[in-house]
Write a protein that binds this ligand. Structure first.
Ligand code: G4P
Length: 534
């Protein structure tokens, strides 16, 4: 063992490094400002390394758009990546949750690898559908949520009305950390509700640099802003009276959500978000294994794979597995055990990705994400470890909302077709559903997002040599049911029974309305939601 190795693996190092880490993701609806916020966060901090696509505006127009085009041409979705930066003494890992057209099961899986989430809302729109879906996944995974109300520089809704919507729609009690001074569209600064001080912002051209901020005492704030300050103060006092102050325990138990106001594009309120993350968000904790025991942070290295991405690099037809470190210290070159096969896995090629270029990653601690190249044997949910075996719980698969019948274009290639479908099912690229009625030649693919079908079709043709045709079905939701429901469901219009490859019977419905009618008319049928797990 070299002396360097001894240092990084010294007792207590992993726990100490874990304590200063914050690993989170942003959940939002497209256009709420996630990319802008990511860029603003990185601006406030020193970027250490990046895995996956480069974020930020310049990146979006250049590197990332090229990247997206390249991936689109190849029929492969853009999937998650991780950005690591330091902020003061803290090390922050921001995991990307792909949205937009590439919304897929991967978006959900990322949330299995974070310790907290930032729910980003557009001040004019409030809670939007994709945010709600992602919130449900966080709730199922017990991930605490910090809410950021963005675009306060633009006309939007009343702040109290937005808080009301949060409480009524998702049931979390909002506990604002700060309060906007000035209505949406006239953002002057923030009232820090803990100190009572006024943090006044100064606009910079296009938010190009971290906005300078001035901290004023309440008296000075009143002198400067007059009634606008008074209004903010009154509203904040109103909140105090209604038990809306930050409650750390409630936050960790997902009963409350700290709220911050911001303008990501102007860099207003971004530093406050970083401070809130460092102060309130939990650091990586010992992770429970399937046996229920928690593996201490200082135990030998262990991690679990939360995402596998095929063909990121045109030059190398490889597969990258992204794993979250749970315990110990990861050192590049380590030989780890792949839990599900018991075979050794060489991490010589552990890398972090910077756009299309890769840089090697040498050390990682609990909470960090490692990208393992040439990871053809690794699957989503797999555990990796050294010395002491551990098996982390599998990542749940999520309720699909898109369904398509898949057939081999050339029936002579049925063998390749069957092998490919099995493999994609196994990898969790899509879920595969079957029924006697439809037969083995025409299984139904089920996915969270339609891009997953494109990925599947691409890989079927190029990797397994079986070009496929896809025929979309009109179903929109799947419920867990009993196999005995088959005879009844097969006679009902707008519904069908299919069996997932793990044996679970699923009832598919064309819409919610049809589901409620069937549930009402057939109370004897078991129909349970799938959200957040199998
Ligand atoms: P997303 O990743 O969540 O989809 O959102 P993104 O950051 O791309 O932001 C969507 C649009 O909202 C962008 O405008 C962006 O500039 C704008 N935006 C983000 N944060 C703020 C904010 O705090 N205030 C205001 N006023 N706008 C904000 P765009 O016109 O689509 O693109 P661009 O031409 O400005 O880049």
């Amino acid at each position: 063992m070299s002396s360097a190795t001894q240092d990084v693996a010294a007792p207590g190092v992993a726990a100490r490094e874990a304590a200063r880490r914050r690993t989170f993701a942003v959940i939002s609806h497209p256009d709420a400002g996630k990319s802008t916020l990511t860029e603003a966060l990185a601006l406030h901090a020193a970027v250490i390394s990046e895995a996956g696509a480069v974020h930020g505006k310049a990146g979006r127009r250049g590197t990332v758009s090229d990247w997206m085009e390249m991936e689109r041409n190849r029929g492969i979705s853009i999937t998650s990546s991780a950005l690591q930066f330091s902020y003061g003494d803290a090390v922050v890992n921001l995991l990307d949750t792909p949205g937009h057209a590439d919304f897929s099961e991967d978006t959900y899986r990322v949330l299995a690898a974070v310790d907290a989430a930032v729910m980003l809302l557009d001040a004019a729109k409030g809670l939007e559908p994709q945010t709600l879906k992602l919130f449900e996944v966080c709730r199922a995974g017990k991930v605490p949520i910090i809410t950021v109300i963005n675009k306060w520089d633009r006309p939007g809704r009343e702040p109290l009305e937005l808080l009301d919507e949060i409480e009524k729609t998702i049931g979390l009690r909002p506990t604002p950390i700060n309060w906007p001074v000035g209505i949406a569209g006239d953002f002057r600064g923030l009232l820090d509700r803990r100190t009572g001080e006024y943090v006044r912002f100064t606009r910079t051209a296009g938010g190009a640099t971290a906005a300078p901020q001035e901290v004023l005492k309440p008296v000075e704030a009143f002198e400067r802003e007059g009634d606008v300050w008074e209004t903010a103060l009154e509203e904040s006092e109103l909140l105090e009276a209604s038990d809306s102050d930050h409650d750390q325990e409630g936050f960790l138990e997902e009963l409350t959500t700290p709220v911050l106001f911001a303008s990501a594009v102007q860099n207003f309120g971004v530093r406050q978000l970083l401070d809130a993350l460092v102060e309130a968000a939990p650091s990586p904790a010992p992770r429970p294994s399937v046996s229920g025991e928690r593996r201490p942070l200082d135990a030998p290295f262990s991690a679990f794979v939360f995402k596998v991405q095929a063909g990121m690099d045109t030059a190398h037809r490889d597969r990258v597995a992204f794993a979250r470190v749970c315990s110990g210290v990861f050192e590049r070159g380590m030989v780890v055990t792949h839990g599900s096969t018991g075979k050794p896995f060489h991490t010589k090629y552990a890398q972090s990705m910077l756009g299309r270029e890769r840089s090697t990653l040498d050390l990682a601690y609990p909470g960090d994400v490692i990208g393992l190249v040439n990871a053809n044997a690794l699957r989503v949910g797999d555990s990796l470890y050294v010395d002491e075996p551990v098996e982390y719980p599998s990542i749940p698969s999520f309720a699909p909302e898109h369904f398509s019948v898949v057939r081999a274009k050339d029936v002579g290639r049925y063998k390749q077709f069957r092998r490919g479908i099995e493999q994609l099912d196994h990898e969790g690229v899509v879920q595969v559903l079957r029924s006697d009625l439809r037969g083995d030649q025409a299984p139904v693919l089920a996915a969270v997002g339609p891009m997953q079908f494109e990925v599947a079709a691409y890989r079927m043709e190029h990797e397994f040599g079986a070009a496929v045709s896809l025929e979309p079905l009109e179903y929109q939701l799947a419920m867990r049911t009993d196999p005995d429901a088959a005879p009844k469901l097969s006679r009902l219009p707008g519904a069908e029974l299919l069996t997932r490859s793990d044996g679970q019977a699923l009832a598919l419905f064309v819409n919610r309305w049809r589901l409620s009618t069937v549930a009402r008319e057939h109370p004897e049928l078991t129909l349970e939601p799938l959200v957040g797990g199998r």
